[in-house]
Design a protein around this ligand. Structure first.
Ligand code: ZN
Length: 98
C-alpha cells in the first residue's frame, strides 16, 4: 500500500518575508510615540532599594519634561543617551577578556 504522502502544509507564500519583530523603543511620555533617544534612570527610595534602577525612555522633546518630573521628586539618577545605555547594558558574558 502506497502511503499517501503527506502534503507539506507549506506556509503561504504571501508571508515569505519573515517578520522582523524589532520592537522600537519609544518615548515613555504619555501619548508620545517618538523614538527613544534618552534613557532616564531613576529610583524611588520609598519603593526601591538604592541600587535598583527604573528606566524611562524619552525622545529629544520630552527629555526635559520627564527628567524634571523625576528631578523635582528627587528620583532622577541619571540621564544617558540610549545608545550608550544599550552598550553599557551588554549583559552577562561580556567579560570575555579576562
Ligand atoms: Zn516624547
Amino acid at each position: 500500500m502506497p502511503g499517501s504522502s503527506p502534503r507539506g502544509c507549506s506556509a503561504s507564500p504571501l508571508l515569505d518575508n519573515d517578520p522582523v519583530s524589532e520592537e522600537k523603543p519609544i518615548c515613555s511620555a504619555k501619548g508620545c510615540r517618538a523614538d527613544a533617544v534618552w534613557v532616564l534612570a531613576w529610583n524611588n527610595p520609598k519603593l526601591h532599594t538604592p541600587e535598583r534602577r527604573k528606566t524611562w525612555l524619552a525622545c529629544e522633546e520630552h527629555r526635559e519634561h520627564l527628567s524634571q518630573f523625576l528631578g523635582v521628586r528627587g528620583f532622577l539618577k541619571d540621564v544617558v543617551p540610549f545608545a550608550d545605555w544599550e552598550s553599557a547594558a551588554d549583559g552577562p558574558g561580556s567579560a570575555a577578556d579576562r
